[in-house]
Design a binder for this molecule. Structure first.
Ligand SMILES: [Zn+2]
Length: 139
């Protein structure tokens, strides 16, 4: 009686086995999946519901910075500064300062969205959370 297990099935890359690097548990789930299922789960009266939605928030993807908001503020401040040029004073200085600062924020936000954000989102999409110890790790 000799049962030979079929161990040589070639390079089975499709069924890549993920395990937690900290505790070795195979109960790992993608952050994207946790986030989606958490959002779809209706908040129940049970104690589990609250924790689940909190977990979904924790597993949420990175957020892009608002370029539009800062751009709008900069534009509005420029308009105020130009209008106040009729009577140059502290208001002109303040509006000019706000315009410069808001424009800088808009510039940094747009740079963040173009340079930093794609990497963060990519890392998030490849990240898993361990169901046993809660460790988060990338693929
Ligand atoms: Zn673990």
């Amino acid at each position: 009686m000799s049962l030979k297990s079929q161990s040589t099935s070639g390079g089975s890359r499709a069924s890549f086995h993920h395990a937690c690097p900290r505790c070795g548990s195979p109960e790992v789930r993608r952050l994207a999946v946790i986030h989606e299922t958490g959002l779809m789960t209706a908040p129940s009266a049970e104690t589990g519901g609250h924790e689940r939605s909190a977990l979904a928030k924790y597993a949420a993807p990175p957020v892009q910075r608002s370029v539009v908001w800062w751009g709008t503020l900069a534009g509005a401040a420029v308009v105020v500064a130009l209008v106040s040029l009729a009577r140059v004073g502290l208001g002109t200085l303040l509006a000019g300062g706000v315009a410069v600062i808001a424009a800088m924020f808009a510039f940094h936000a747009s740079r963040y969205n173009r340079v930093v954000y794609p990497g963060l989102h990519d890392l998030w999409a490849r990240s898993y959370m361990c169901g046993r110890c809660g460790d988060i790790f990338a693929e």
